[in-house]
Each structure stands twice: as structure tokens, then as C-alpha cells.
Design a protein around this ligand. Structure first.
Ligand code: F6P
Length: 401
């Protein structure tokens, strides 16, 4: 390995600049030149047409702020397999040869990982540094912690508006068909309900929980203030297991459905139930909120932060993990190990696994959901029973930082 390059792909998020800095710093340390391939796989496909690549020297690295989210290398959602060019792999190889690139560090999620498998089959040496704010890979992935923190902060801050207007707010968050971001962000912010794709929603159960808690808060407030906050994963399913999405949102470049509309749907379902419930008017009158024709039921509003959950700043955890997996990826390339995903570093051990295994979608653990149901969070169903088991751990303990 004399020259390597780093590319980042898929949705941007926190921790990517950590991966870039970790990879390039380790390369510099080992006397290997490290370059940027701009704009993900679009840049890799068009590498042959570049006149020069930016080298990540220590001076250039100084100008990258690891604490900023997004990626200095840029992204695209291009799947090489889908490129209609029978010579595409040859074109990529010629591009790599042109710049003398011996190996690639590629940071991305499951789609990015599947492209790494294609490239590896073509004899291109690459190592996968896990990235996705959706947190649905088998390993930890940069972006998850930053996003969860942002969601928690948004939900927390929305409480001032929600309480001031006695509104029920429904925040829909990115995360595709795994509910990790809604779950972890919602729990961290003390949300009242968290709706995730892993649990098809029973709107009657949600309504009962919302009605009781909302009414109690207002009744117990000396200034008649109250709210009920719901965090909804964008990939939510209804009780029949069907997607709740606005089909007009179209598909992205990877060919995935753009998910939108779950939050709005939840608002509609709850509003319908408040309207049809004869006790709603009694409650509104009892709390001196009722105004005929204007304010007869609680107001329920969707909030969709969209890309705000993955922009801005990286969490400290993501910068740490990003630097470690970026650097570890370079060590693997030097060692002649490629076509794998970095799982993390433990002591001085670089842990890695097969990409096929690493990119298998991981869902929210329903045992943990049952745990949080006991703590009062509604997951759009009647709370499941908790049967705790106890185990004493001997020896090595898994830890994050
Ligand atoms: O996979 C990351 C993610 O943020 C998803 O949670 C979300 O559905 C998607 O990307 C949005 O992607 P884009 O920025 O391409 O619209």
C-alpha cells in the first residue's frame, strides 16, 4: 500500500469527518499517501476524468473539523450495479490505476456495503467503515449517536411550544424501517409515546394512553398547561403491517421509497378519535378550554425535522468511533485484509466482520421495548409483560467508549 483513498457514501451524518481524519492520519503515520474521492460512488465512477485528487496531508487535515457533521469528501446515492455501462468496473479500475490507488476506505451503510461487495468481487481492495444514522447495521455506525442526541434535543425543546398551546405534538424522524432513532431519541427526551416500524400501531391503544396522560397533566397543572409528545419513525406500519407512507414522495437514487407522511397519519388517527369520543367535550369544558366551533378538541400537530436530525455537529462519541474505525480500516488494508467491515477496536485488537453479515438489517430489540413500557412509554400497543432474567457477567465486558 503506497496510496489509498477515502470515499463516503449514502446519507450524510455525524462522525464522517472523524472517519476521514482517522483514516488519513493513520495512513500518514504509516507513510501512505491518502486522497479524497469526491462525491461517493459518482466520484469513483468518474475518477478517470479527474485531473488531480486532493491529498489529505496533515496540513489539509487540519482544515477539516471532525466535530462537524456531513462529509468533507461529499456523498451521492449511486449504486454502481445500477450504472448502465457494461464497462463500469473497468472504468473504475482505470481511474484507480491512473492515480495509483492501491486500496479504498469506504464509509457508508447497507447500500454502500453491498457496493463494496461488488467492488471486492472485481478485485478492488476496500474496507468498509460503518456509517448510518439509522443505526440498523449489526455493528455500531457513525451518525447514530449524533442523530439520537439531536432528536432528543428537538423533542425536549418542542415541549415549550407544545405546553404553551396545550398541543399534542407528533415528531416524525428519519430512520427508515428500523426504529432505533425514534426509540433512543424519544426515550432520552422523555417522550410519552414512541412509534416504531417493529410494532404495527394499534391506534386505539395509543389513544387511550394519550387521552389519559394529557388530561391528567392539564388537570394537575395550576395554570392548565399540558402536552403529550409522540416520536414516530418514518417507516411506521399500521396494524395490518402495511406501510404508512405518502406514495407520491417517490424513490431515491438507490431505488428506495422516500418515506414521508407517518407523522401526519398519526395526527389524523388521534384527531379522529378525540372527535368521536363523547367525553372529549366534557374534558374540554371541565378544564375551561372549550370554545364552541373554535376549540372543541385538543390540537394535534405533526413536526418533521427531516435532515435537521443528521446535520450540524457530530457527537463526541461519533467522532471517537469514526476516528477509530477509519484508522482501523487502514491497518486492515496494510495487513492485506479487505472486503470486510470494521466492527471496532478493542484494546489493540482491530475487530472486523464479513460485510454480508455486518449489513444485515438490525431492528429494535422488543425486550428493551417491554422494559421501557414498564417505565410508562407507550409503543402503540398495550404494554407487554416483562419477565426479567438475571445473569452475572464474568470476564470481558462489551463497552462503547
Ligand atoms: O439512511 C439515512 C436517511 O437519513 C434515512 O433515515 C432517510 O430516510 C434517508 O436517509 C433520507 O435520504 P435523503 O437525504 O437522500 O432524502
Amino acid at each position: 500500500m503506497k496510496k489509498i483513498a477515502v470515499l463516503t457514501s449514502g446519507g450524510d451524518c455525524g462522525g464522517l469527518n472523524g472517519v476521514i481524519k482517522g483514516a488519513a492520519s493513520m495512513a500518514n503515520q504509516k507513510g501512505i499517501k491518502c486522497y479524497v474521492i469526491p462525491n461517493g460512488y459518482a466520484g469513483l465512477y468518474n475518477l478517470i476524468d479527474f485531473d488531480q485528487l486532493v491529498e489529505l496531508t496533515p496540513e489539509r487535515l487540519d482544515r477539516i473539523d471532525a466535530n462537524l457533521a456531513g462529509s468533507e469528501a461529499g456523498h451521492s446515492r449511486v449504486k454502481i450495479k445500477k450504472v448502465e455501462d457494461p464497462q463500469k468496473y473497468d472504468r473504475i479500475k482505470r481511474g484507480l490505476q491512473k492515480f495509483g490507488i492501491d486500496g479504498l476506505v469506504i464509509s457508508g451503510g447497507d447500500d454502500t456495503g453491498s457496493v463494496i461487495l461488488d467492488l471486492s468481487e472485481q478485485g478492488i481492495k476496500c474496507v468498509h467503515a460503518p456509517k448510518t444514522m439509522d443505526l440498523d447495521l449489526q455493528t455500531y455506525s457513525v451518525g447514530g449517536d449524533s442523530t439520537v442526541n439531536r432528536i432528543a434535543q428537538f423533542v425536549e425543546e418542542l415541549k415549550t411550544t407544545a405546553e404553551t398551546h396545550n398541543r399534542i405534538l407528533v415528531m416524525e424522524v428519519f430512520g427508515r424501517y428500523a426504529g432505533h432513532t425514534a426509540f433512543r431519541g424519544g426515550v432520552a427526551a422523555d417522550a410519552d409515546a414512541v412509534l416504531i416500524p417493529e410494532i404495527p400501531v394499534d391506534f386505539d391503544a395509543l389513544y387511550r394512553h394519550a387521552k389519559e396522560r394529557y388530561a391528567k397533566r392539564i388537570a394537575h397543572s395550576d395554570v392548565k398547561k399540558g402536552t403529550y409528545l409522540i416520536v414516530v419513525a418514518e417507516g411506521l406500519k399500521d396494524i395490518s403491517g402495511s406501510d404508512i407512507v405518502d406514495e407520491s414522495a417517490g424513490v431515491d437514487a438507490f431505488g428506495h421509497k422516500r418515506l414521508a407522511g407517518a407523522g401526519k397519519y398519526v395526527c389524523q388517527e388521534l384527531t379522529k378519535r378525540f372527535k368521536n369520543d363523547p367525553s372529549t367535550a366534557d374534558f374540554m369544558r371541565r378544564e375551561k378550554m372549550f370554545v364552541k366551533g373554535i376549540y372543541e378538541i385538543p390540537e394535534i400537530r405533526p413536526v418533521t425535522p427531516g435532515h435537521l436530525v443528521r446535520c450540524g455537529h457530530s457527537s463526541a462519541h461519533d467522532v471517537n468511533f469514526g476516528k477509530e474505525v477509519g484508522a482501523a480500516a487502514v491497518l486492515l488494508l496494510i495487513q492485506g485484509i479487505h472486503g470486510v467491515t470494521v466492527a471496532g477496536i478493542h484494546n489493540q485488537e482491530v475487530r472486523y466482520m464479513n460485510i454480508q453479515e455486518a449489513i444485515k438489517q438490525r431492528h429494535v430489540d422488543l425486550n428493551l421495548v417491554a422494559f421501557h413500557e414498564q417505565l410508562g412509554v407507550c409503543f402503540g400497543r398495550e404494554a407487554a409483560a416483562l419477565k426479567p432474567q438475571f445473569k452475572k457477567i464474568e470476564g470481558e465486558v462489551e463497552r462503547h467508549l
